[in-house]
Write a protein that binds this ligand. Structure first.
Ligand code: OAD
Length: 235
């Protein structure tokens, strides 16, 4: 039998136990704003300082957290599984990379990158960003934005993702609420391709009924256990 192709989608829940807040748990608000109000091109046009502050806080928080057992288990799966493991994340943190994962597909962009809307230059970025920040490429002020996919914008790498889903034998969604498309629809595409689908989450989600299997519990417990079963089935 050919080594199975595994496609994994992660969401904010996988980073929750590292100390990064999810978007929709508890009251789901940041300083009284829903994420949909802050993470839009319209919000950036009307209130750029507010949007910069939202992402500056998140970028700064990255320095205070570490990858957890779930991120590490997925990196181990990539190293030890003889077939292909495609890791797609909606997360804008870099915890998969810091856990040792390679080729992570950041469909919603990355906190650690910024882009100039004037010259389209994109670059790695660790500090704060503001309306007075100068683009190091074109030298103009006020055009740099977080390289994040906002609501109403096209997620990155969709062709690559569609190709992976078409060839998936196993599809897993980990720590994502199923409220945001197109990611919430990946389980349907994987099922059409004949994949076995598994949802790993500490609660039910908007799309739970579309999965064959559910592993319910904290990601740091359920993901390592699932990975162990894939690497050494029957043990
Ligand atoms: P959400 O905050 O919507 O959902 C987090 C999910 O993780 C929920 O289903 C929780 O039950 C689950 N969860 C929380 N803690 C967990 C744990 N310790 N172990 C396992 N599961 C846990 O986050 P996302 O689904 O990632 O987009 O949100 C999708 C997108 O909406 C984000 O990428 C972001 C947001 O707006 C943009 O900013 C464009």
């Amino acid at each position: 039998m050919r080594p199975r192709s595994i496609v994994i989608l992660t969401g904010a829940g996988i980073s929750a136990e590292s100390g990064l807040p999810t978007f929709r748990d508890k009251d789901g608000l940041w300083e009284g704003h829903r994420v949909e109000e802050v993470a839009t091109p319209e919000a950036f046009a009307c209130a750029p300082e507010l949007v910069h502050r939202f992402y500056n806080l998140r970028r700064a928080a990255l320095a205070t957290v570490e990858p957890n057992a779930a991120h590490l288990a997925l990196a181990r799966l990539q190293r030890q599984h003889p077939g292909k493991v495609t890791l797609i994340t909606q997360n804008v943190d870099d915890l998969h990379e810091r856990a040792g994962s390679a080729g992570v597909i950041h469909m919603h962009g990355e906190l650690g990158r910024v882009r100039c809307t004037r010259c389209d230059h994109a670059l790695a970025w660790t500090g704060d960003l503001g309306t007075g920040t100068v683009c190091p490429n074109c030298g103009k002020t006020g055009y740099l934005r977080p390289d994040i996919v906002w609501f109403g914008e096209m997620p990155h790498h969709m062709e690559l993702i569609a190709e992976a889903l078409r060839n998936a034998d196993v599809f897993a969604a980990i720590g994502t609420s199923g409220h945001v498309y197109p990611a919430a629809g990946f389980v349907g595409e994987a099922r059409l391709a004949g994949a076995e689908t598994v949802e790993i989450n500490n609660a039910g989600t908007a799309v739970s009924e579309r999965f064959h299997r559910h592993l319910t519990g904290p990601a740091t417990v359920e993901v390592p256990r699932w990975v162990d079963g894939l690497i050494a089935p029957g043990t």
